[in-house]
Every structure is written in C-alpha cells, then in structure tokens.
Ligand binder design. Structure first.
Ligand code: NAD
Ligand code: AKB
Length: 325
C-alpha cells in the first residue's frame, strides 16, 4: 500500500487534494501535515501531524514513522504574502522544498511540488510558452524558479522522481485562498452571494490564466500516475484551463446573481498580476500525459455558485475577506 504525506494540507489546494487522495488510497494512507493545528473535521478524518516544513528533522521523523513513499509538498507562502515577508518566503518556499528533496533523495521517495505562473515575468510572451525567459519580479516568483531548478537538479543528479505543474490561479469553494494576487477570483463569489457587490483589488481588464480546483486536482493525480518515460519536462509543466479578465468573471457571475456589481480599486497586487502572462501554452502537458481541462468559465461559475450557496447556507460563515490589507 502506498503511504502519502501532504504538506500544507490545510491550504486551498491541500484541503481538496487530501480529500481526493483519501478517497483513492484510504484515509489511513494519507498523512496530512501543516504548520497549523487541525481544525475541520475533514482534516482529522485520517492521520494529521503538525510539521513546520523548515524543520527537516521533524519532517523526516514523521515520514519514517508512517513509512511514507510519496510526498505532495504544498506548504508555501503565495505571491502577495511573499512581497510582505520576502525573507520568510525564501525560507519556507526554497528551504522547505530543499528539505523535502533531501528526504526524498535519502529514502527513495516520489515527490509532487507545484510551481506557478509566477515564474513568468514581464519578459515572457503573453501566451507563455513552456520554454521561455523566466525573469519574475516577485520574491514568490524567484522562489518558484529556484524550486523548478532544484527539482530538475535532484532528478538529474540523484534520480529523484519529482514532478511539477505550473498551476495558474486556482478557484475553489473549500478552504479560502492563502494570500495571492489571484485570490480575487474566489473572494468575488463570496461577495456576490453575501453582499451583492465586490470591490476588486485588480483592474477590470487584468486577464490571467486560471483553473477550477477539480481540474487542478485531476491534473495533479494524472501527472503523478503518468509513466515516467512519458515525462519530458523535469522543471515544471505549464497547465491551464481558462483565461479571463476580472470584468469577464464579474459579468459571468452577474448573469446568475441578480444585481451583482463589481467596483475596481487596484492595490499592490495589481503590479504582481500585471507582471504575469494572460494565458499559458500547455501543449507539452497535453502531448506527454494527455492533459485536458474539463471546465469552461460558465461551467466553473455555475458549479461554484451551486456549492457555495450550499456551503454558506449550512455554515452561515462570514464572507472571507482577503488576508492581505
Ligand atoms: P495556501 O496558502 O492556501 O496553503 C499553504 C499552506 O501551507 C497553509 O495551510 C499554511 O499553513 C502552510 N504553511 C505555511 N508555512 C508553512 C510552514 N513553514 N510549514 C508547514 N506548512 C506551512 O496555498 P495553496 O493555494 O494551497 O498553494 C499550495 C501550493 O500550490 C503552493 O506551493 C503554491 O505556491 C502553489 N500554487 C497555488 C496556486 C493557487 O492559486 N492556489 C497557484 C499556483 C501555485
Ligand atoms: C498567487 O496568486 O500567488 C497564486 C499563484 C498564481 O501562484 N494564486
């Protein structure tokens, strides 16, 4: 039986990925870990350990105690938080990945680690190719480029089977997003249902590559299931599904939520978003392991509204406001 450890398990992706992995492999086979204590019942539906990714000794001890053979390493600071705390972003994002790769090298583990469209910068063409200048202008982007090179190095030098995707901005109705420039695309749904209006921190015409969480989780498991002979990219694969501007997303929601209005008041996250391309060429992922997204913009908006209405009625939770001022 495969034993899987997930870092950053309480985050936006981790909370959904842990649920999927537990459905596939059994609850006891997936060890959720995070810096934070467990809170939701979903997170305690199987083993849970508090681990700071900067603490290699503790991470190694937990991995050995559970006989782990695969790590999904999600613990990270995202783009906006990274600009507010660049030293911490470097320590967590690069130091944490190095710890995971060292443990993988010593124990022959397989690793998934996500990169991001944040590896791109102003010198990248607007439909970002797989191979292109990687000159990001954020600390988060710098940590992701460094991480991609570290992954490729550990694969070439030590044969570590580490696989990676450059996720675009992700949209989901589960855990709230963790402090990135694409968080608006989640906040806007909560605001539409709870306030009927939203003040967006990006400009109306800011167009970015995006993906609905079910597609992101499936891309992750499909990449990890792919035979290794098929993988030609050992830095990180471009993957994408959607490309829309803030005003296009707002219009799609307004078609379904009567009277919904968005105002635009860009803050420092606009500069981050403006440094990223508006779309991504994911033909290498399509050719190597048959990647294909399922959700269109309207399909994603329909599904988000159904699930969020259900969730907000049940929990009557307040609208999650961005953690970034
Ligand atoms: P998130 O911020 O929602 O979750 C990150 C988790 O890491 C949090 O639960 C946090 O408590 C934990 N964490 C932070 N510091 C830690 C530490 N020192 N030790 C252990 N855990 C720590 O992030 P996410 O959106 O789930 O992103 C997961 C991964 O996917 C990250 O590598 C991120 O860069 C990448 N990614 C995310 C997106 C997106 O839109 N969500 C897009 C591209 C790439
Ligand atoms: C962020 O906005 O920082 C993330 C990402 C695109 O990596 N969502």
């Amino acid at each position: 039986m495969s034993m899987i450890l997930v870092t950053g398990a309480r985050g936006q992706i981790g909370s959904d990925l842990v649920r999927t992995l537990r459905e596939r492999h059994g609850a006891e086979a997936v060890i959720a870990t995070d810096l934070r204590e467990p809170e939701e019942q979903a997170e305690t539906s199987g083993p849970y350990e508090v681990v700071d990714i900067r603490d290699r000794t503790k991470l190694d001890e937990v991995a050995q105690r559970y006989n782990v053979d695969t790590i999904y390493h999600l613990a990270s600071l995202l783009s906006a938080r990274g600009e507010q705390a660049p030293d911490l972003a470097w320590e967590v994002n690069v130091g944490g990945l190095r710890n995971v790769l060292e443990i993988a090298r010593e124990n022959g583990l397989k690793v998934f680690w996500p990169s991001s469209i944040a590896v791109f910068g102003p010198t990248t063409p607007d439909n970002a190719p797989q191979k292109t200048p990687l000159e990001p202008t954020t600390m988060y982007g710098v940590t992701k480029v460094s991480g991609e090179l570290l992954c490729r190095y550990y694969h070439l030098r030590y044969g570590v089977d580490v696989r990676s995707l450059r996720y675009p901005g992700l949209i989901s109705y589960g855990a709230e997003p963790g402090g990135g420039a694409t968080d608006y695309a989640v906040e806007i749904f909560h605001a539409a249902l709870e306030q009927g209006e939203y003040t967006c921190f990006l400009a109306a015409d800011t167009r970015l590559p995006m993906m609905y969480m079910p597609d992101a989780v499936r891309a992750t498991t499909e990449l990890m299931d792919a035979p290794k002979e098929l993988l030609s990219v050992r830095t990180s694969y471009n993957v994408t599904a959607l490309s829309f501007s803030a005003e296009e997303l707002s219009a799609s929601i307004a078609k379904r939520v009567e009277g919904f209005v968005t105002r635009y008041k860009p803050d420092f996250r606009q500069d981050i978003a403006a440094s990223w391309p508006s779309s991504v060429d994911d033909s290498a992922a399509r050719a190597d392991w048959n990647w294909e997204p399922a959700y269109t913009l309207d399909g994603m908006v329909d599904d988000m509204l159904v699930h969020l209405r259900e969730k907000l009625n049940v929990s009557a939770s307040s609208c999650p406001v961005s953690r970034i001022p």
